[in-house]
Design a protein around this ligand. Structure first.
Ligand SMILES: Nc1nc2c(c(=O)[nH]1)N[C@H]1C(S)=C(S)[C@@H](COP(=O)(O)OP(=O)(O)OC[C@H]3O[C@@H](n4cnc5c(=O)[nH]c(N)nc54)[C@H](O)[C@@H]3O)O[C@H]1N2
Ligand SMILES: Nc1nc2c(c(=O)[nH]1)N[C@H]1C(S)=C(S)[C@@H](COP(=O)(O)OP(=O)(O)OC[C@H]3O[C@@H](n4cnc5c(=O)[nH]c(N)nc54)[C@H](O)[C@@H]3O)O[C@H]1N2
Ligand SMILES: [Mo]
Length: 808
């Protein structure tokens, strides 16, 4: 989230789109209800299903899954056509006025530079025009046809209300009511917040869905504003923490890229990833990357990281020159190229697409280690469970080890929530029997491996031994030791530009502004610096006073970065530092100094200097034109899902789906067509369960005992299915059987002259359960990834449905 949970209450319009907050985030959703109660906010839901959020909304409209870019681009067109944009904000705080390379264009579904053979773009024209001093050219009158705003106008011309209806199946009147309501917040007095989750991310155009919404927020002047923002409602309670800490295949902690094998020296690597300031005087905060990187290497390798060995850079594992993502990893496993797999807090047989392929891949391993508090479908993948796991154990040689871990309530530590708050929690119960904290298990594996290497030899022992493992008990690192290590220490006296000591050797660091690239500081994850300062554990703070009434409660927990609650909050005030709306004041220039309600997101430079609020971008403004940051184009474009029910793209029949979508060679034959599989399937959550774990808990199984699928009355009539009938649902990858719920909550839609029916499938079934065994939903889904993030397309794929006579 750019903002945070409590801040939702400040919005005038709350859009829940691409998520079902009432169901999947029932506690945080109270702030959407507060917005209604306190501000009379309008709650708007656009979703393929009339879901539990829709049930309490002021507006609901259906949409065909996978078509939000069309809908949202229609909104952008509406805002531009009806002059519903916040002009000063757009002019000064976005790249609307920047001139784009003369060579850039868009034609018949493709941006300039497409290479059909490689399925990728040469992005060299997705760039600014530069003047003789290397500065981007701008036209603040916004007249030049090469201005971003004019190119955007042209790009969205095709997204008329008629086209929205034709592609999305949403009625024009509904669409226009939505656009008008959102447009009512183009004034500084009013804001819209967008709450989204997987209904937007789990598509081959997932990242562009979110960008399209972010562009709307920029046009409305809603980013950096209290009650505005781009707000991802995240998943597992600490998934924000896992991404912050670099649990991506291509990231290090603090959103720093993992080097590839081509980055042969630290200097070359840092030169590649550190952005040069593009517009003079801008903050360009990422120019500090070397300080964050060297401090991280000092945390990783301690005294083994020296200037002479490039701060231990060569100990760091590198990714392949081409990103090795999870789709490829399963592929490698399936080709027998992976010996062993440590699977920790993850149940891929249940959660990963194309269950049959995962099952086949796990079979090729020599060993599988599952670290989990529970028995999981993955740890039992080798057992036969009727049609739900139809394998022959005698054929499977993989040796499986189960290492029981504790659960969060059985240990202390911090959890990062969607609003970037790091909150400390304390141990509430002893773990049962042999269960151990994950960190102890990993520590023991480390110690054992080093011993074995010494006994038996092997490659890369040096990298293992170089790791800094400085804990009172190396087999049981404590949460406070790790939290301080992540925060960072002064390894020598840290001095300011005048040579004054600002942090004494041995002290904890208080701010990432104190980090250095000369080996005098450490910090495991720069954005977490400040979580544990010489004043103590900031994550333990529990003062909920709220002087502004906006809910920013700076004394409650610690929010990264630097306890800032609303990112880009400098954009909440105009160029002269005057808040756009005094009731939403976050920062204000009083003529001499800045007054802060939130932690400032900029230097102390006085207003009207050239410095603009988007300090993480090297031109200082936000981007309506994404430059080369997205793989499929600088503007969003509608592409059909890989498995499209209409078999064409009404905008450009020659380019149907995202042309740079992630598809591996070995999966090419695994996609179905609408001739064979005519219905759209989508998978989702129920409040009563949490993924695949609560089927192990009696109370949850009592609340929601039996998985089911949902279809519209129209489809039920067409296929002769009555409620409670057992149906078989088949995709190109496999089939499941379950009972059918026939409901008014899912409507069949008219799309491009065709009737499109949706099959809804809750995802919580499986065969390791205290209740009734049932299907694993990912038997049906496909291995295709979002072009930028590789997130699988779980929300839209094609199936057939038939009634079966055989009982379950
Ligand atoms: N009780 C409970 N809560 C949970 C979880 C759980 O398992 N149980 N899981 C947690 C996790 S890890 C996550 S990531 C979050 C997920 O939170 P959500 O994303 O809110 O959860 P989903 O149920 O996947 O809901 C997605 C919604 O998107 C809609 N949708 C599908 N396709 C589209 C589309 O193309 N456009 C639009 N506009 N909408 C679409 C679906 O109909 C559904 O209503 O929930 C978290 N909270
Ligand atoms: N079809 C379809 N598939 C989906 C989705 C979808 O919407 N549709 N959603 C996707 C999403 S958003 C997500 S997040 C994934 C979730 O996929 P998974 O993360 O694989 O699913 P979970 O069941 O949450 O598994 C987490 C495991 O962690 C264990 N665990 C809990 N606490 C601890 C701990 O402290 N230590 C360890 N070691 N283990 C612990 C739990 O017991 C559980 O077995 O599923 C994805 N798959
Ligand atoms: Mo998730």
């Amino acid at each position: 989230m750019t903002n945070h949970w409590v801040d939702i209450k400040n919005a005038d319009v709350v859009v829940v789109m691409g998520g079902n907050a009432a169901e999947a985030h029932p506690v945080g959703f109270r702030w959407a209800i507060e917005a209604k109660k306190q501000n009379g906010a309008k709650l708007m839901v656009v979703d393929p299903r009339f879901n539990r959020t829709a049930a309490v909304a002021d507006f609901y409209s259906p949409i065909r899954s996978g078509t939000d870019i069309t809908f949202l681009s229609g909104v952008i067109k509406y805002l531009l056509d009806n002059d519903k944009i916040q002009h000063e904000y757009v002019k000064h705080y976005t790249n609307a006025s920047f001139l784009i390379h003369e060579g850039f264009g868009f034609e018949d579904g493709l941006f300039t530079g497409y290479d059909a053979e490689k399925r990728q773009y040469d992005k060299s024209t997705w760039s600014y025009q530069l003047d003789e001093n290397g500065q981007p050219k701008r036209d603040l009158t916004l007249q030049d046809p090469r201005c971003v705003i004019n190119l955007l106008k042209k790009h969205v011309e095709r997204y008329t209300p008629e086209m929205v209806e034709r592609i999305c199946g949403t009625k024009q009147a509904d669409f226009l009511e939505f656009a008008e309501t959102v447009a009512s917040t183009a004034t500084p007095e009013r804001t819209t917040t967008f709450l989204y989750a997987l209904g937007w991310t789990q598509h081959t155009v997932g990242a562009q869905n979110i960008r399209t919404m972010a562009m709307i927020q920029l046009l409305l002047g809603n980013i950096g504003m209290s009650g505005g923002g781009v707000n991802a409602l995240r998943g597992h309670s600490n998934v924000q923490g896992t991404t912050d800490m670099g649990l991506f295949p291509s990231m290090l902690p603090g959103y720093i890229s993992l080097p590839t094998e081509n980055d042969t020296t630290l200097e070359a690597f840092l030169n590649r990833i550190t952005p040069k300031t593009l517009v003079e005087n801008q903050v360009n905060y990422w120019q500090n990357t070397p300080k964050f990187m060297v401090s991280m290497l000092k945390t990783f390798y301690g005294e083994n990281a020296t200037k002479d060995n490039e701060w231990g850079y060569h100990f760091l594992p590198k990714q392949f020159p081409k990103k090795l993502d999870h789709l490829q990893y399963v592929d490698l496993m399936d080709q027998g190229k992976v010996n062993g797999y440590i699977c920790q807090g993850y149940n891929p047989l249940a959660s990963y697409p194309d269950k049959n392929k995962i099952s086949s891949a796990l079979r090729k391993l020599k060993f599988l280690i599952v670290c989990d508090p529970l028995v999981t479908d993955t740890s039992e993948f080798w057992q036969k469970h009727g049609e739900y796991n139809d394998v022959n154990p005698a054929d499977i040689q993989t040796e499986v080890f189960r290492l029981p871990t504790v659960c969060f309530a059985e240990e202390e530590g911090s959890i990062a929530n969607s609003g970037r708050w790091l909150q400390w929690h304390w141990k509430a119960a002893e773990a049962p029997k042999e269960a151990k904290p994950d960190v102890d298990i990993l520590s023991e594996i480390r110690a054992e491996m080093i011993e074995l290497y010494h006994k038996e030899g092997g490659v890369s022992l040096d990298t293992l031994e170089a790791m800094n493992w400085n804990y009172a008990n190396p087999l049981e690192p404590k949460a406070d030791e790790v939290a301080k290590e992540v925060n960072g220490y002064a390894l020598d006296d840290v001095k300011d530009a005048n040579g004054n000591v600002i942090v004494k050797k041995g002290d904890l660091i208080s701010s990432f502004a104190q980090l250095r690239d000369d080996g005098t500081t450490s910090a495991g994850c720069w954005i977490y610096t400040g979580q544990w300062t010489p004043k103590g554990n900031q994550m333990e703070n529990r003062d909920n006073s709220d002087p502004s009434g906006l809910g920013n409660t700076l004394g409650w927990a610690f929010a990264w970065p630097l306890n800032r609650r609303i990112i880009y909050n400098r954009a909440s005030a105009d160029l002269s530092g005057k808040p756009w709306n005094p009731k939403r004041q976050l920062v204000k220039w009083n003529g001499k100094n800045w007054n802060y309600v939130d932690v400032a997101d900029f230097g102390t430079a006085p207003p009207n200097s050239d410095v603009t609020p988007f300090i993480m971008n090297n031109e200082g403004v936000s981007r309506l034109f994404a430059l080369d940051k997205m793989v499929e184009g600088p503007f969003p474009e509608h592409y059909e899902p890989i498995e499209t029910p209409i078999g064409t793209n009404p905008l450009h029949p020659n380019v149907v789906s995202n042309p740079v979508t992630r598809i591996l060679e070995s999966d090419k034959a695994s996609f179905g067509t609408s001739e064979e599989f005519p219905y759209v399937a989508s998978t989702y959550r129920l409040t009563e369960h949490f993924h695949w774990w609560t089927k192990q808990s009696d109370l949850n199984m009592i609340a929601q005992p039996e998985p089911f699928i949902e279809i519209s009355e129209e489809l039920a009539a067409k296929k002769g299915i009555a409620k409670g009938d057992v149906v078989k649902i088949t995709s190109k990858r496999g089939y499941i059987r379950a009972k059918a719920v026939v409901t008014k909550r899912i409507k069949s839609l008219d799309v491009n002259g065709k009737r499109v029916h949706t099959v809804g499938i809750p995802l919580h079934g499986g065969f390791t359960t205290v209740g009734r065994k049932s299907f694993l939903v990912n038997t049906l889904t496909s291995r295709v990834g979002d072009a930028n993030t590789q997130t699988p397309e779980y929300k839209t794929f094609l199936v057939n449905i038939e009634k079966t006579t055989e009982a379950l």
